[in-house]
Design a protein around this ligand. Sequence first.
Ligand SMILES: Cc1ncc(COP(=O)(O)O)c(C=O)c1O
Length: 388
Amino acid sequence: MAAERHPLFDDLDVRALSRRPGAKWSRVEPDVLPAWIAEMDFPPAPAVRAALARCVDDDLGYPSWDGRSVQNPLREAFAERMRERHGWVLDAAHVREFTDINQGLQAVLHVATRPGDGVVVHTPAYPPFLETIASMGRRPHPVPYTPDGDTWTFDADRLDRELRERPARVLLLVNPHNPTGRALRREELQALAGLALRHGLLVVADEIHSDLVHAPHRHLPFASLSAEVAARTVTLTSATKAFNVPGLRCAVAHVGAAGVREALAHPTHLYGEPNTFGVAATLAAWRDGDAWLAELRTVLARNAALVGEELPPGVRHRMPQATFLAWLDCRELDLDTDPQTFFLKKARVLLNDGRTFGVEGEGFVRLNFGTSEGILRDILHRIRNALT
Ligand SMILES: Cc1ncc(COP(=O)(O)O)c(C=O)c1O
């Protein structure tokens, strides 16, 4: 039987992509296929494109919201989406906007911690988070993800013991996780919630990849575990990953922790306001983009399977439970250089260097499979050929 065609996702033209001015395609030489930075090659959902066009046609004046006397419509839209998709009922008045997730994280660390305070974080970790912890002088407390058959796991009991000896202030929880693609189960989240309550941790839950969890896995918002957990959690998210609009720089935070909420409210204009395009695109994505998202997820599940089938022996891969990212263990290849340099030189494919995700990333690369079937087959073919 012929495979189902997905024209919105599979009709990509490499020549057109390589003329794009954004980071992913403009930073590589013409014969290199980029599979690095975490954005997909697909055009955004039709509803998102239409909303952006309407902004241009209608009004680029000051928006009607000011984030204070008139609420940003993203707040209610986020509350509505969480209620509908996850049964999490939250107060829209506790939602606020940021330019991006990193800004939200730094603002929260700024008001809730001091230099030297410990920040618990799963490793390998999204590189800007490691940079944030270091540049703000906070102390990283790594919790390694270790192989567990076909997936990854971490040792919650060990973390408990460590926190008794070396207390921390914050748990920075990235779920679903970049780069391993883990989507944590309820019991795992409950174990972390127990630790947060026992050790008085503020939890910053980055759930930016939550719309990209592959069946049969499911996303569970951390703050939805209980009112007590919500009251010590800041949830950060945006439409930028799942709806592929990272250039629009727009994110939201549900600030369940009352003290943090109050601290973030002053001074009133420090963080600025999100722009009209980011808000319009996010609203359209969340309210009218779910049919597109469902098809995207079918395409990503197909691509994830293709990565598993077409990788050469010696490159170990555990099927991601979420995201469009594959975390590839190349340690058995016994290369004479790091795998990113090797594949760039020999395969003309740009991957992310695992070492930027922390020490556990030595010998790993991250492959982005958010592209058409044709381009992905080409990437995987190049990787295989480089090793023969
Ligand atoms: C886990 C995680 N958090 C945050 C971000 C940053 O997203 P943005 O810059 O769109 O806010 C990324 C981007 O790759 C990510 O993977």
